[in-house]
Design a protein around this ligand. Structure first.
Ligand code: BGC
Length: 453
């Protein structure tokens, strides 16, 4: 069947990046310090020069995005550059971001800015980071400075990237700095992130009343490992509530439901103008009597999953549907702030892209208010504790020579952006193995096929 799944005019097609992952030379944050410690990062690697955006290579990467017909870009500010020591401001760093944002706009890329994407200035990490409530005031002060300085160039802000993930990885599984393994610290961090988000939301609206402000939520699809086991069902449900729901609901209704207590956080009520949704995959969780906290923290993929080369991500597009349905439940606009897969050889990315864009189209076409999609990521960049061992870019990067090479997915995504839609011709060319699934042959309606399975 020949067809095109078309998106509405004005749909935002972009890619997403984060300061520490692309800038290089960010030596004044907790991640840099973490990278200097032995065995924290895969193969002992470090962010180093990253994609050398600080050295100016953002220009060539934005050129790539623009020539690939993207009309939007999500990037983040590096707090440690703008406020290198408490309440001292580096105006030249703000100047850099002004130039970057102007550069994006000149190329037709409408910018969306994340105020905090995982990294903290060293001075703040030394004071307990997200586990110390003092961070709420510090964050608000930083946000006021950044927004006052950049408001003429940005109107869509993400306050904090993936509150759940940062709290879990930094304070429960310990793979992010400061490497804690404590449920109490995890819950403290979640609470302080909610409060910091709320303070930032109100501050931004005070400075820039028409701004659109939200959080980028990491929604992880969750299933019980054994659906017949009440304990597995319980742990999956428990994880769902803490990991997927707690922060988003707190920022919606002003009460934070964590095990043991529901806390009132009234200032957080109605502090999202949109739901930012990061979706990568769906995992299963099973109860583990010996390690209950581990069971809560670490999921697995069932045998036979369509896995990325390192096994980090399974291609589960129906989980994206659940994620969008979850997001739609909040009754406000949705922006897909991240979605992507690690794949150095581009062997699975084209079908991951095709199947996820198809799901996105379904949501848009039953009038769920999805405004845009940002693929993670434009160019390979520093993948946190996994260093350079995983490659999420549409463009491949040689971090030593700084050379970029276009992957087929970059061309595929450019065709999607240019057409403002996904056509059977594109899928046939880039991901023929899913053509029959996405564009079922005439006479075999998709519904019938699904029911038969
Ligand atoms: C993060 C990105 C990261 C991506 C892939 C997301 O959870 O926001 O910073 O690069 O996952 O690992």
């Amino acid at each position: 069947m020949r067809a095109t799944y078309s998106f509405p005019p004005g749909f935002r097609w972009g890619t997403a990046t984060a300061s520490h992952q692309v800038e290089g030379g960010n030596t004044n944050n907790d991640w840099w310090a973490w990278e200097q410690q032995p065995s924290r990062i895969a193969l002992g690697q470090s962010s180093g020069l990253a994609c050398d955006w600080w050295g100016g290579r953002w220009k060539e990467d934005f050129d790539r995005a623009a020539s690939g017909a993207q009309n939007a870009h999500r990037l983040s500010l590096e707090w440690s550059r703008i406020e290198p020591t408490p309440a001292t401001w580096d105006e030249s760093a703000l100047g850099f971001y002004r130039e970057l944002l102007r550069g994006a706009r000149e190329r037709g890329l409408v910018p969306m800015v994340t105020l905090n994407h995982f990294t903290l200035p060293i001075w703040l990490a030394e004071r307990g980071g997200w586990t110390n409530e003092a961070i709420v005031g510090h964050f608000e002060r930083f946000v006021r400075k950044a927004v006052a300085g950049l408001q003429d160039l940005v109107d869509t802000w993400v306050t904090i990237n993936e509150p759940n993930l940062v709290a879990f990885l930094a304070h429960l599984t310990g793979v992010f700095p400061p490497g804690q393994h404590s449920l109490t610290a995890t819950f403290n961090a979640i609470r302080n992130i909610v409060l910091a988000h709320a303070a930032a939301y109100h501050a931004i609206h005070e400075i820039q009343p028409q701004a659109q402000v939200g959080l980028a939520h990491h929604y992880r699809g969750l299933r019980p490992a054994n659906p017949r086991s009440p304990l597995d069902r319980w742990i999956a449900h428990f994880r769902e509530q803490i990991f997927n729901d707690a922060v988003a609901i707190a920022a919606h209704v002003g009460s934070l439901r964590l095990p043991g207590a529901t806390q009132r956080v009234p200032k957080a009520a109605r502090t999202q103008d949109f739901i930012g949704l990061n979706y990568y995959s769906t995992e299963q969780f099973g109860f583990n009597l010996l390690h209950p906290a581990r069971a809560l923290a670490v999921g697995t993929y069932p045998p036979g999953s369509d896995l990325s080369p390192s096994g980090f991500i399974a291609n589960v597009p129906e989980g994206f549907w659940h994620a969008l349905r979850w997001a739609n439940g909040f009754g406000i606009p949705i922006i897909v702030t991240e979605n992507g897969i690690e794949d150095p050889d581009d062997s699975i990315r084209p079908r991951y892209l095709a199947t996820h864009i198809r799901v996105l189209w379904r949501a848009v076409n039953i009038n769920w208010p999805v405004l845009g999609y940002y693929h993670w990521s434009l160019v390979d960049n520093f993948e946190w504790e996994r260093g350079w061992t995983q490659r999420f870019g549409l463009w491949e990067l040689d971090a030593v020579t700084q050379e970029r090479r276009e992957r087929p997915s970059a061309r595929f995504y450019a065709e999607i952006c240019r057409a403002n839609g996904l056509s059977s011709d594109m899928v046939e060319h880039y991901a023929p193995e899913v053509l029959a699934d996405l564009f079922p042959p005439a006479g075999e309606p998709e519904l019938t096929r699904l029911v038969k399975r």
